[in-house]
Design a protein around this ligand. Structure first.
Ligand code: HEM
Length: 509
């Protein structure tokens, strides 16, 4: 009885208290929302009726349009582009929700569906969020340090074989050479031997067509029947056929060699075939094919254009000092390790790492990252104003401007790899290195959707450039390249002509 009374008392006190807490919280939240609603939206850039900033974009190009709007309106502003409103967030102080926000609040889905014709069915933005996360986890598993150690050896072999074909001296289009080489390196790490024979010709051509088929117009109208989109669709269909054959033959080979330890293959294809969803389900052939295409696409153009820009920057006359520093670093490493280049030796190439990182600051292959505001959110601008970014609008983080902010990077137009130099004790294994502050450097994204291929990409570019620096004296004989803004991932425009002469560097103490 006494017990009953006690429990009755507890219920009588506890339940009303809980109700009071819940209602107070709800009222507080409602108030919070009401307060939020009363905040103004970010200032809107002036543009033509109906079409917004389209004429300015066509006349001045995206970089200048965003720079002008930023100079005029500050770190948070909006533009109208045809039927879309786009909120731009410029600078680390205003970017945390963009990179850290939950996908239920600020998502990639709505703004990334234009990639479906490129990546194909059953992967990336053709599947729900949970499935996509798991698929990206499969990539992440295939890029762990233990795997990267194996890929380092494969990369070095491929790069040595490739440059062995160059003569004693000559002149080449560096952009073309690196596009070709990066495709070969990726093929070796992704699929082992199966693709290599087919790789040189067909697959490389189709990858170029996929990239060329992702233009600025694609973001708004992915299925517009343009010649570039038609070539993209044909290329994707053919890649699907080629990769399906490879997946089928790899599975057949595995079945025939069950129990033979020497038959185990250690490449990305095998990781994807062996991957399991949390439910225990295996990956289907269509998914494996789509993930291979996505991985190749995500890594191919980004890495080859970064390799080419790194060359253009280091070989530019005004950067002769940085080139000398990069060569001297190779001489010191040769003195320590001889010709050996492996995962550990690559981690010692700090000057080269900084040169690539600084190149990516000035030439990020993803010029603008996009999200969709599923809910409105409040942002305080660097200038101290509070705005409410409305639900339903596109949100943009323009790396091209973000990476050149003078209050983050002193003398931002200058190529200065030294700004990323970190004392060896603080250096991170994963190559992420140090930025000025969180989200000040987002060439590989950051937060929830940070790139899973970053370490792979650095390793690949360092293998290529350490080989070039050690074995060739080089000079850029064409003007410093302009940027091709016409594609979604801008790279160097036109040819990048470089003359070379073989040499052997001496080991320096
Ligand atoms: C220089 C080379 C590369 C650059 C500059 C780069 C850049 C980026 C950026 C900026 C993002 C974030 C996109 C966003 O937030 O909307 C990203 C995501 C991603 N990247 Fe890379 N990437 C590179 C190489 C690679 C490679 C080699 C792979 C190989 C698999 C890869 C796979 C991915 C994947 C799967 C994501 C999505 C991660 C997620 O949403 O959780 N990337 N990359």
């Amino acid at each position: 009885m006494a017990n009953m009374e006690l429990s009755t008392i507890i219920w009588l006190v506890f339940v009303p208290v809980c109700i009071a807490i819940v209602s107070t919280t709800k009222i507080a939240r409602r108030r919070h929302r009401t307060t939020r609603r009363s905040l103004p939206p970010p200032p809107m850039a002036t543009g033509a009726p109906l079409i917004g900033i389209l004429p300015a974009l066509l006349a001045k190009g995206p970089l200048q349009v965003i720079r002008d709007a930023h100079a005029e309106m500050g770190s948070v502003f909006m533009v109208r582009l045809l039927h879309r409103k786009v909120a731009f967030l410029v600078g680390p102080e205003v970017s945390s929700h963009f990179y850290q926000g939950l996908d239920s609040e600020i998502s990639q889905d709505e703004v990334s569906r234009f990639t479906i014709p490129t990546f194909g069915p059953s992967v990336a933005f053709d599947v729900d969020f949970a499935t996509r996360r798991e698929q990206f986890r499969f990539f992440g598993d295939a890029m762990k340090p233990a795997k990267l150690r194996t890929y380092a050896g494969l990369m070095v072999r491929e790069v040595e074989e490739y440059f062995a074909r160059w003569g004693q001296s000559g002149t080449v289009d560096l952009k073309h050479e690196l596009e070709h080489l990066v495709t070969l390196v990726a093929s070796r790490c992704l699929f082992g031997e199966e693709v290599r024979s087919k790789m040189l010709g067909e697959v490389a051509t189709h990858l170029r067509e996929l990239n060329d088929g992702m233009r600025l117009v694609t973001i708004l109208f992915p299925h517009l029947p343009t010649p570039a989109h038609r070539r993209r669709d044909m290329a994707r269909a053919r890649l699907g056929e080629i990769f399906s054959d490879i997946v089928r033959s790899r599975k057949a080979a595995c079945n025939n060699s069950v129990g033979r330890r020497d038959a185990h293959v250690d490449d990305v294809l095998q990781c994807l075939i062996d991957s399991r969803y949390k439910s225990g389900r295996r990956t289907t052939d269509t998914e494996v094919v789509g993930m291979l295409v996505s991985a190749l696409f995500a890594g191919q153009h980004t890495s080859s254009s970064t390799g080419t820009w790194t060359g253009a920057r280091l070989l530019a006359r005004e950067n002769a000092g940085h080139l000398r520093a990069a060569v001297r670093e190779q001489e010191r490493i040769v003195a320590r390790h001889g010709d050996r280049v492996d995962y550990e030796v690559l981690l010692e190439m700090e000057t080269l790492r900084c040169s690539v990182k600084e190149t990516l600051r000035l030439h990020p292959p993803a010029m603008v990252l996009l999200r969709h505001a599923r809910r409105s959110f409040v942002v305080r601008s660097r200038e101290g104003e509070e705005y409410e970014v409305p639900e339903g609008c596109t949100v943009a983080s323009p790396l091209v401007v973000h990476h050149r902010l003078p209050y983050v990077y002193g003398d931002p137009e200058r190529y200065d790899p030294g700004r990323f130099r970190v004392p060896a004790a603080r250096r991170e294994d994963d190559e992420a290195g140090a930025g000025a502050s969180a989200f000040a450097y987002t060439a590989f994204g950051g937060g929830r959707h940070a790139c899973v291929g970053e370490a792979f990409a650095y390793m690949q570019i360092k293998v290529i450039w350490s080989h070039l620096l050690r074995n060739f004296e080089m000079e850029m004989v064409s003007p410093f390249p302009e940027t091709d803004w016409n594609v979604v991932m801008p790279g160097p425009k036109g040819k990048v002509m470089v003359s070379y002469k073989r040499r052997t560097i001496s080991a320096a103490a």
